[in-house]
Design a protein. Structure first.
Length: 392
């Protein structure tokens, strides 16, 4: 079966570069366009630069399928909106987009997060576990280090050492990224969170801790999305803690999964760009989206002040910045908040104490399609919220 298709890639960063090189190494895929906001004339070293464009309409006209991996929210929202108008499918590696505006688009086009980053890998493992007769109870991530308020100097050092941007390094370090990923997983797989900010137990025995979380989820009657943290060599991937629908305890014990009733399934790697084409193939085979934020999200990401913020201060980007960090919150708790993904080129309008959740009264945000969508999706006082999602 030929899987030939014209693929357009949005982004010219770390993930996009690896993906483009992978596509170029395959005979049955065609890289037809690359959309970038960078100066093309100064990007000759980037793979695919000869077909790069800064024009969204030009990009759209040349592709059959879009892979969006820019890591942005505002830009990704514009791209996905254009894809809706052009009836094009979109595969993403962009949890930030999904947890901010993704629910608005979830039923308007084929929209799926790719396997490769933790949310997509959890979704794939979730699907596999159900096929094997398990009932997933914990949708789990691993984290090796957390510092909710790192210094600029430390982030500059680790950014250079790891070869990724300061923004990415900071969002990984301060916990914003894992909060976004686990909120996304909860929304997309029908789960919940146990508390604001997740529980994130610190453990040197992740299997035992995962089983403890599974017991809690079992008693709750809903799968829970969370993470385990440890600096003693956790796997680099994801896990599902589950129980089995049949009385297969002896067989599962023979297969080295323990005595039950809870079992831990682990994928010990996530390879981001190198796994994206698995989800492209999934679309081509006519399978449903692997994961999106659903049209009825249960969890959002509030913006928490890292320090005292004063009127007039600018926030270039909430995610990966030094003014705020993200924390998962239940929408049912009606917590007034500005989702961190929408904080781009924003200005503080009044004093906000360290540790406080930012509201729309605390900040002025530049108008955008993403802002319009977000205010309706996640503002508990907006009477149009349910209408936007097609609900009575």
């Amino acid at each position: 079966m030929s899987l030939s298709i014209r693929i357009g890639v949005v982004g010219t960063g770390f993930i996009a570069g690896s993906l483009i090189r992978l596509i170029q190494s395959k005979e049955n895929y065609q890289l037809s366009s690359v959309l970038t906001r960078r100066d093309i004339s100064a990007s000759a070293e980037f793979p695919g630069s000869e077909i790069a464009t800064n024009s969204i309409p030009e990009f759209i006209d040349k592709v059959d399928l879009i892979v969006e991996c820019s890591g942005t929210v505002n830009h990704a929202t514009e791209i996905v909106n254009a894809a809706v108008e052009a009836s094009l499918p979109v595969i993403t590696m962009n949890s930030e987009f999904h947890t901010t505006t993704g629910s608005y688009f979830a039923d308007k086009l084929y929209l799926s997060e790719a396997e490769g980053d933790q949310p997509g890998c959890i979704a794939a493992l979730y699907e596999e576990s159900i096929q094997m007769g398990f009932t997933p109870l914990v949708l789990g991530n691993f984290k090796g280090f957390l510092n909710t308020n790192p210094s600029i100097e430390d982030m500059q050092y680790w950014s250079k050492f790891q070869g990724i941007t300061i923004k990415q390094t900071t969002s990984f370090t301060d916990g914003t990224k894992v909060q976004i990923e686990q909120a996304f997983v909860a929304n997309g797989l029908g789960g919940t969170i146990l508390e604001s900010g997740l529980t994130g137990p610190n453990s040197d025995d992740y299997v035992a801790t995962a089983k403890d979380l599974a017991k809690t989820a079992d008693e709750l009657g809903l799968p829970v999305s969370d993470y385990i943290i440890s600096d003693t060599g956790l796997p680099a991937g994801v896990f599902i803690a589950a129980k089995h629908i049949n009385k297969e305890h002896k067989a599962l014990q023979y297969y080295k999964l323990g005595e039950g009733p809870y079992y831990v399934l682990t994928k010990n790697y996530h390879l981001c760009a190198f796994e994206i084409l698995k989800t492209v193939d999934r679309y081509l085979l006519g399978l449903p989206p692997l994961l999106n934020n659903s049209t009825s999200p249960a969890v959002s990401i509030a913006s928490i002040a890292k320090r005292h913020l004063k009127p007039g201060e600018s926030i270039a980007s909430g995610i990966g910045g030094f003014e705020v960090r993200g924390e998962a919150v239940l929408l049912s708790d009606k917590i007034a908040h500005v989702p961190i993904g929408i904080l781009e080129n924003a200005t503080i309008t009044r004093d906000v104490d360290a540790g406080k959740i930012l509201t729309y009264n605390d900040v002025e945000i530049e108008p955008s399609l993403a802002l319009d969508i977000t205010q309706k999706l996640f503002n508990p006082n907006d009477r149009h919220e349910r209408q936007l999602l097609g609900k009575p």
